[in-house]
Design a protein around this ligand. Structure first.
Ligand SMILES: *[C@@H]1O[C@H](CO)[C@@H](O)[C@H](O)[C@H]1NC(C)=O
Ligand SMILES: *[C@@H]1O[C@H](CO)[C@@H](O)[C@H](O)[C@H]1NC(C)=O
Ligand SMILES: *[C@@H]1O[C@H](CO)[C@@H](O)[C@H](O)[C@H]1NC(C)=O
Ligand SMILES: *[C@@H]1O[C@H](CO)[C@@H](O)[C@H](O)[C@H]1NC(C)=O
Ligand SMILES: *[C@@H]1O[C@H](CO)[C@@H](O)[C@H](O)[C@H]1NC(C)=O
Ligand SMILES: *[C@@H]1O[C@H](CO)[C@@H](O)[C@H](O)[C@H]1NC(C)=O
Ligand SMILES: *[C@@H]1O[C@H](CO)[C@@H](O)[C@H](O)[C@H]1NC(C)=O
Ligand SMILES: *[C@@H]1O[C@H](CO)[C@@H](O)[C@H](O)[C@H]1NC(C)=O
Ligand SMILES: *[C@@H]1O[C@H](CO)[C@@H](O)[C@H](O)[C@H]1NC(C)=O
Length: 305
């Protein structure tokens, strides 16, 4: 009996090792952001890289538009100084696939204009294939109140949808956190919509519409949440936000004593604020750093005009 149990365990362990070794992961550099000059500088790709595990055999896809970006593999030194004089490898057509074929550090930069100094650079560590370490659980924390877009607020962003994608990119949304949308009354609204409506920018079918600022939404369900505006063209022009809400780990009960009510997701079309879940002003997301994202974003947008 004990013998067959341990045999079964051995088989299971073997199977999982085999599965882990066989798994070849394709990493799309920057995910939805793609490969470009990231709003906010190099922090975008360093954050992205920190969230991945790279193993020998994995593939990187640098998703960029040919002619607007390129990608060069360079030495550590050239990465540090953004020197594109003598790259190890240069690919000018996008999207570019790159197979990680050995253990060690890899450095990539964009060689066009000021792309690298402005943050189009990626450094990664590739390890031997093997069982992947389980993702590190986020450190315990209390509910956070996020101001959507930080100092940008909630509007049609100058650089398009990338603004809110970047804002959400580096954030963890847990049950009980609150989103605060700040805008000028009468010029914007906040519509919670389905994924389909979000993708199609179909704002005829909304789950909830909030008309007055600040519009506070406490996240009371896990999974994906989609927000946009019912104002004409605002969604098409990039006023849209998608986030993933995850449960708090059980070892980490909310430090707030007031349980958020479920009304944050209840459809309301008028008289918004009293229908919203009450907010406990526990902490505010650190904004000095992320505020910089939008200053850079604005300057990039202005540079493009
Ligand atoms: C955002 O990215 C920075 C740089 O990688 C990191 O220090 C910070 O902890 C990240 N914030 C969150 C909430 O993940
Ligand atoms: C690459 O970017 C384009 C345009 O943003 C997008 O349509 C496409 O799905 C992306 N490809 C991958 C593999 O992510
Ligand atoms: C850039 O790299 C090239 C060749 O690798 C080297 O000759 C040159 O001095 C470097 N430029 C700077 C500014 O470091
Ligand atoms: C790049 O990788 C993607 C996703 O794995 C694949 O669909 C595509 O065919 C690859 N392209 C090249 C040129 O290898
Ligand atoms: C790779 O890992 C080594 C050892 O942990 C570390 O010293 C180095 O800074 C890492 N390099 C990059 C590019 O993350
Ligand atoms: C939304 O409703 C308007 C007016 O009823 C209609 O013209 C439009 O086609 C609808 N849009 C979508 C995406 O269904
Ligand atoms: C928007 O309207 C609400 C309700 O009338 C009001 O409480 C709030 O102060 C207004 N906000 C701004 C920014 O004017
Ligand atoms: C919404 O959130 C802001 C910022 O945390 C707070 O000042 C305000 O009192 C909240 N409003 C409501 C109705 O909860
Ligand atoms: C939410 O997470 C799932 C699974 O990781 C992912 O497929 C999806 O794209 C994410 N959605 C958003 C809006 O980030």
């Amino acid at each position: 009996m004990a013998r067959s149990v341990s045999l079964a365990l051995l088989a299971l362990a073997l199977a999982s090792v085999l599965q882990a070794t066989a798994a070849q992961t394709t990493h799309i550099v920057g995910d939805e952001l793609g490969w470009l000059v990231p709003p906010g500088g190099p922090i975008a790709y360093s954050t992205w890289a920190a969230m991945q595990t790279f193993s020998v055999g994995d593939i990187l896809i640098f998703n960029f538009t040919t002619g607007e970006q390129d990608v060069a593999m360079v030495t550590r030194e050239a990465y540090g100084t953004c020197n594109s004089t003598n790259p190890i490898f240069l690919q000018t057509t996008g999207p570019a696939n790159f197979t990680l074929d050995s253990v060690g550090e890899y450095y990539f930069i964009g060689t066009m204009d000021q792309h690298c100094p402005l943050g189009q650079k990626l450094a990664i560590n590739v390890s031997a294939p093997g069982p992947r370490p389980s993702p590190i659980p986020p450190p315990p924390r209390g509910p956070i109140t996020y101001t959507v877009g930080d100092s940008l607020g909630w509007l049609v962003p100058p650089a398009g949808a990338i603004a809110y994608a970047t804002w959400a990119f580096n954030k963890t949304f847990l049950l009980g956190d609150t989103l605060v949308f700040i805008f000028i009354n009468g010029t914007q609204d906040v519509a919670m919509v389905t994924k389909e409506a979000y993708e199609a920018c179909d704002t005829n079918n909304t789950i909830t519409v909030l008309n007055t600022s600040p519009a506070n939404i406490t996240l009371t369900t896990t999974g994906e949440h989609f927000f946009t505006s019912t104002f004409a063209r605002h969604c098409d022009l990039g006023q849209k936000l998608a986030i993933n809400v995850t449960a708090r780990s059980t070892a980490n009960p909310p430090s707030s004593s007031t349980e958020p009510s479920s009304s944050g997701t209840t459809p309301v079309s008028e008289g918004p604020s009293e229908a919203l879940a009450p907010t406990s002003p526990v902490s505010s997301a650190p904004s000095h750093l992320i505020g910089g994202f939008f200053i850079t974003l604005l300057s990039i947008a202005i540079a493009f005009i």
